[in-house]
Design a binder for this molecule. Structure first.
Ligand SMILES: *Cc1c(COP(=O)(O)O)cnc(C)c1O
Length: 451
């Protein structure tokens, strides 16, 4: 009764105040209203948001008993069978609708395992998205293969399918699409190109836990999918990763490779019959992951609802453009990226916009830069091994081709992104983010002139 009254009272007063605002802005006109709007914090106004953002990662006291059980069991390594790692693998596969999952030491080792099993060998080429964490490049380089970059579609931030075919050579073995920030790639188009040219598809789903493409989960759409459970990720265990897929044969080979080349299921031999390494996940990692599956499902829905709300708000404000998703898809937003259009902010630079946003209590980042110019690939192609495997002409043309990544360069210079933990805050915090942007936009002419 009391609540009902308060709620009705609130609705009435909210309606009254918006009527008053409408009357005021009709009387004074929109320009005066803009000048009267609350000042941005960077010009001495009150910050739109105070009190910080949800911390990450989180642990819960009720996990302690299970972690202690692993400790006391002395059964910490998965070799020998049983325990929490296979339990987690079954749960992860079920959650994604994958046939199988294999726990690994990290996302990087999941990628290395998958590329190896996909047949990527020294001297091969892999078509990769340039807009990603450096681990995607490194997983290719570790095979002594060449990461050949497709361009990034500025509207989606993912690999532009139209830019793939012109980069395929007789050495191309695989395509490595990255569902960056949890945004699903255009997988139908990518898979069709792969099929036509007989290439493997390894999905880097290291930021795409539970992301969906046309009703299926990322990580089940190519030949193999790779996940990371590193400390910053949506389901963290300090370090950890997984390979997922729909083929028992491929997953057996991944299992063998990650377990020192031992026989597994359909992949049989005697003694040291196959190459392999040790990329095994520990039961300590798995037990923490098992505790977090329900949490991940709930938090994913929470982030998605807040992201939908921000998208609707941003579309009204203008100047910060949300990404376009493939139809019938759901992103999971490891970062929530927006494309900053300085022209709609009176030429205010992205850097100054982000600085002003920070003063509002809304931290942001510019996302990934043009990392292929940072030296890592120069270091690789100038090494003895790469010079032995490719002609000098090919390596020179390869280095020069980075200049053609125009879409990617645009994305790197215009993205403004907020972190996943901010999407876990309540709805009023989303309003504060939108308020902060509105304030900065209304005062952008003044801010652009400021040194
Ligand atoms: C985190 C991440 C990786 C690597 O995962 P690690 O577990 O840190 O080895 C690979 N690719 C992308 C896109 C990532 O975000």
């Amino acid at each position: 009764m009391n609540n009902q009254f308060t709620r009705r009272h609130f609705i009435q007063s909210a309606a009254a105040s918006s009527a008053a605002l409408a009357w005021l802005s009709a009387r004074t006109g929109p320009n005066v209203f803009a000048a009267d709007a609350a000042k941005p914090a960077i010009l001495g106004g009150k910050p739109a948001h105070t009190g910080g953002w949800p911390k990450w990662p989180e642990w819960r006291q009720e996990w302690e008993a299970q972690v202690l059980d692993v400790l006391r069991s002395g059964h910490w390594c998965r070799a020998g069978g049983g325990g929490q790692v296979p339990e987690f693998e079954a749960a992860w596969a079920k959650l994604l609708g994958a046939k199988r999952a294999l726990g690994t030491a990290s996302g990087t080792t999941a990628l290395i395992t998958s590329l190896y099993v996909a047949g990527v060998d020294a001297g091969d080429e892999v078509i990769c998205s340039p807009y990603t964490f450096s681990a995607s490049y490194n997983a290719i380089l570790i095979q002594k293969a060449l990461p050949v970059f497709a361009d990034t579609d500025p509207e989606t931030l993912t690999m532009c399918p139209k830019s793939i075919e012109s980069r395929i050579t007789e050495r191309t073995k695989a395509i490595l699409p990255v569902h960056i920030y949890g945004i699903p790639c255009y997988m139908d188009e990518i898979n069709a190109i792969a099929k036509k040219h007989k290439l493997a598809v390894v999905e880097d789903a290291c930021q795409a836990w539970l992301a969906e493409y046309k009703g299926r989960k990322c990580g089940t759409l190519g030949d193999l999918g790779c996940f990371s459970f590193q400390n910053s990720k949506h389901i963290p265990s300090g370090e950890g990763g997984a390979v997922t897929g729909m083929s028992d044969e491929l997953l057996d080979r991944c299992h063998s490779y990650h377990n020192c080349g031992r026989s597994v299921g359909s992949f049989k031999g005697h003694g040291c019959f196959a190459r392999g390494t040790n990329y095994r996940m520990q039961h300590f990692q798995a037990v923490i992951l098992l505790q977090q599956i329900e949490k991940l499902v709930k938090e994913t829905a929470h982030r998605q609802a807040n992201a939908d709300y921000l998208i609707a708000g941003l579309n009204q404000i203008g100047g910060l453009v949300p990404v376009r998703l493939p139809e019938n898809s759901r992103a999971v937003w490891h970062l929530f990226p927006m494309r900053y259009d300085a022209a709609q902010f009176n030429g205010l630079s992205r850097g100054k916009f982000m600085q002003a946003l920070g003063k509002e209590g809304v931290p942001s980042s510019g996302g990934y830069g043009e990392q292929y110019n940072d030296g890592m690939l120069d270091e690789a192609i100038n090494s003895t091994g790469y010079k032995r495997l490719w002609s000098a002409d090919r390596l020179k043309a390869y280095r020069e081709s980075f200049k053609d990544l125009k879409g990617n360069a645009q994305v790197c210079s215009t993205t403004v992104a907020i972190g996943q933990n901010m999407l876990l805050a309540d709805r009023s915090a989303m309003d504060q983010i939108l308020d902060a942007i509105r304030k900065i936009k209304a005062h952008s002419a003044t801010l652009a002139k400021k040194a």
